[in-house]
Design a protein around this ligand. Structure first.
Ligand SMILES: [Zn+2]
Length: 347
């Protein structure tokens, strides 16, 4: 055991070991690095670091990636950060939990093995037929990791769930701001996202079973689903396209008070107008398969159909996001969004 921990600290290869030998991490592990940073491993792909600062400004930051196994760029970014922290070349100012979501799906380079994990949070994993597949078991495990991390100490809470989209996007990077109920949108968070290169924000207006809504709603975290670009296989990402995001995330976790600013007028803000589910086998999208996200249509355009129903654009400029005609029956096949503005913001 001692040798294996030494190897982990010297190589920093937590993700590689989690994928190759998950059994190594079945039992929780805890140790300190020579620079004083505390390390806690509570399962394969689940590792947190305590900055050991005495500052009252210590933030609690969750960075998750690979909830969809083939979304490789964020996985590579987080893998690199974990390596640099373990090997002592990057020193944290805040406590950070890294979650590598769907390890078996990474191995087969697919979005998921049996079920889309980003529909299984806020307890959805245990509804219906219950914990019947590895995605459901894992979603529950990830929720527990987030809960114990947020509840372990005081400090403002953050969760960035990092993804890449299946298709190209007219707005290459964008973030989904989960429904806040009574809370107010944060200007500081929009500034951080903007520093990441994310200048398109989609305001969700209802509860969902995504990972970011889970942290936002249950833990009052500043939480987002962040789409950083287009899906590509491991090693084939043009990492220059992710440099802003990587830099901003690095500053966030290493600087005591990273506070970028933003001119809100430079952001494209949308709200969800329609959530269109696939109810029938014969569900069909009425645009090409490679149509980019945020492509907009005139009022009245038929966007999708299934026997008995046409789904049409209700307004001019209504745009499509996350279309996927192949989702399971009953699941969301398409979102439509329309431009909006944010009236009220917290600093
Ligand atoms: Zn994704």
């Amino acid at each position: 055991m001692q040798n294996f921990m030494q190897e982990l600290i010297e190589s920093g290869e937590f993700l590689t070991l989690s994928r190759r030998e998950p059994a190594l991490f079945e039992q929780p592990l805890q140790f300190d690095l020579s620079n004083g940073i505390g390390v806690q491993i509570s399962g394969p792909g689940i590792i947190s670091f305590s900055a050991q600062t005495n500052s009252e400004h210590t933030k609690r930051i969750v960075l998750s990636c690979g909830v969809h196994g083939n979304e490789t760029a964020p996985i590579e970014i987080c893998d690199d950060l974990v390596k640099r922290i373990l090997t002592g070349t990057l020193v944290l100012s805040h406590d950070v939990l890294f979650l590598f979501g769907n390890l078996p799906a990474m191995d087969i380079a697919e979005r998921f093995v049996e079920e889309n994990m980003n529909r299984l949070f806020s307890g959805a994993h245990s509804k219906g037929e219950g914990l019947v597949n590895q995605e459901r078991v894992r979603a529950k495990q990830l929720e527990e990791a987030v809960a114990s991390f947020f509840e372990a100490a005081d400090g403002e809470r953050y969760h960035y769930d990092l993804h890449t989209a299946i298709r190209a996007s007219k707005n290459e990077k964008f973030a989904v701001y989960p429904y806040l109920h009574d809370r107010v949108h944060s200007e500081g968070q929009l500034a951080f996202l903007s520093a990441c290169g994310v200048k398109t924000i989609l305001l969700s207006e209802s509860p969902t079973t995504t990972f970011s809504y889970f942290s936002s709603h249950l833990f009052n975290a500043h939480a987002f689903t962040v789409e950083l670009g287009k899906v590509r296989p491991f090693g084939q990402n043009d990492m220059r396209r992710f440099e802003d995001a990587k830099q901003a995330i690095t500053q966030l976790i290493t600087q005591e008070n990273y506070a970028p600013s933003v001119d809100i007028r430079e952001l494209d803000i949308y709200r969800v107008n329609q959530v269109i589910n696939r109810n029938e086998e014969a569900f069909k999208l009425h645009f090409d398969d490679d149509t980019p996200n945020f492509t907009d249509y005139p009022k009245g355009t038929v966007l999708a159909s299934e026997p008995g129903t046409d789904y049409v654009a209700e307004q001019d400029g209504e745009a499509i996001v996350f279309p996927n005609a192949k989702v399971a029956i009953g699941q969301r096949a398409l979102l439509t969004v329309v431009p909006t503005t944010l009236e009220k913001l917290d600093v």
